[in-house]
Ligand binder design. Structure first.
Ligand SMILES: NC(=O)c1ccc[n+]([C@@H]2O[C@H](COP(=O)([O-])OP(=O)(O)OC[C@H]3O[C@@H](n4cnc5c(N)ncnc54)[C@H](OP(=O)(O)O)[C@@H]3O)[C@@H](O)[C@H]2O)c1
Length: 334
């Protein structure tokens, strides 16, 4: 599909928490049109459409994929359905922005990427950090050698909420658990910064009463000996900041490191060298939507800032982390 028109027509697949936030994000982008929404229930689609001023409401995901006017579809379902939903949309010739974690495991991610290439359509995992302006500046600090050679990353994404047993966050059948839900952020962040696969992966996780992991920690070792020390949790709140340590100094990224508004560069004597501050505009989902539209207009099939190879690598790392935990999802048995 050629993207020569002023506005790009978006479809939103599902009407849950993050889909509502994504609709809000699109509203502040002048070149985005909130064109259609689909739910498993027509009534929910209509309520969503009225709330957000969406032109078309569909009572099935397939009907959205089949609408010839829709150019790109945002998938906001639980991880267990990402592969099925994305493949359906891509087979209908749509570009896809799919929520994190991209899939349940690396095998599914390979399949999703294979279909994107076969259909020659755009695909990106909805991972916000690479598109946040301040994160891009932090990457420049690293690339410009401001902290010397990068030796270590420490990052946390830990929240505490009273999730019900039915909530997708802890429900095994929906892909629940802290590793896939929030661990994906520090792991993807480390993959973005190191730009290569780790050679060593290990981790410990606590499997709670619903059979999913409630918290965990991962250690990644890179070929030059650099280490990433990452924690993630759904029932423990921590300070969700990050440190990047190098041979000449270090960077502290304030909470929430994945959508930061402030970062500080220190020298090796722990003295402040420079502070960067930049407010997040909107709810930050707009940054990834902007990147998708830029790529579509340029005819790209994937984003250079969030390449598919990185999403696949992250799924491989998460498979390796949870393997010794004996944590299996129903999708793993397919
Ligand atoms: N980027 C971020 O900051 C961020 C934040 C939160 C979540 N997420 C990601 O977004 C995805 C959805 O999370 P969420 O918190 O929005 O979940 P949610 O509130 O539970 O919504 C998920 C939606 O998926 C649809 N769905 C289809 N099959 C389903 C099933 N069997 N059970 C439950 N829902 C089903 C439902 O929409 P219909 O009923 O309309 O079909 C439901 O409303 C997850 O992959 C999550 O990791 C990303």
């Amino acid at each position: 599909m050629e993207h020569t028109k002023d506005k790009i027509k978006w479809g939103i697949l599902s009407t849950g928490h993050i889909s509502n936030k994504f609709a809000e994000a699109l509203k502040i982008l002048p070149d985005a049109e909130l064109y259609a929404v689909a739910s498993r229930s027509r009534e929910k689609a209509e309520i969503f459409a009225r709330r957000h001023g969406v032109r078309h409401a569909y009572g099935s995901y397939q009907a959205l994929a089949d609408d010839p006017e829709v150019e790109v579809i945002y998938i906001g379902t639980p991880h267990a359905f990402h592969l099925e939903n994305a493949v359906m949309c891509m087979r209908a010739g749509k570009a896809v922005l799919c929520e994190k974690a991209l899939t349940i495991n690396a095998h599914e991610a390979e399949e999703m990427i294979r279909v994107a290439r076969e259909e020659n359509v755009f695909l990106m995992e909805a991972m916000i950090p690479p598109h946040v302006p301040l994160v891009k500046k932090i990457l420049q600090w690293v690339h410009n050698g401001r902290i010397g050679e990068l030796r270590m990353i420490r990052a946390a994404r830990c929240i505490r909420r009273d999730f019900s047993p039915e909530a997708r966050q802890l429900k095994l059948e929906l892909g629940g658990g802290s590793l896939l839900d929030v661990g994906v952020y520090p792991i993807s962040f480390a993959s973005m910064i190191f730009e290569k696969p780790p050679e060593g992966v290990s981790g410990l996780g606590y499997i709670g009463q619903y059979g999913s992991d409630e918290q965990g920690a991962a250690l990644l070792k890179y070929p030059n000996g650099a280490i990433a020390d990452l924690v993630f949790a759904l029932r423990t709140e921590t300070v969700n900041d990050a440190y990047l340590y190098g041979t000449k100094g270090f960077i502290h990224i304030d909470e929430i490191f994945a959508v930061p508004e402030r970062a500080t560069l220190f020298d090796q004597n722990k003295q402040i060298v420079e502070v960067l501050e930049e407010p997040i505009i909107g709810n930050a989902l707009n940054y990834e939507a902007e990147e998708v539209m830029r790529c579509l207009r340029e005819g790209l099939k994937e984003s250079p800032s969030m390449p598919l190879e990185r999403s696949l690598e992250v799924m491989r790392i998460m498979d390796r982390i949870r393997e010794p935990w004996k944590l299996r999802y129903p999708n793993d048995e397919r």
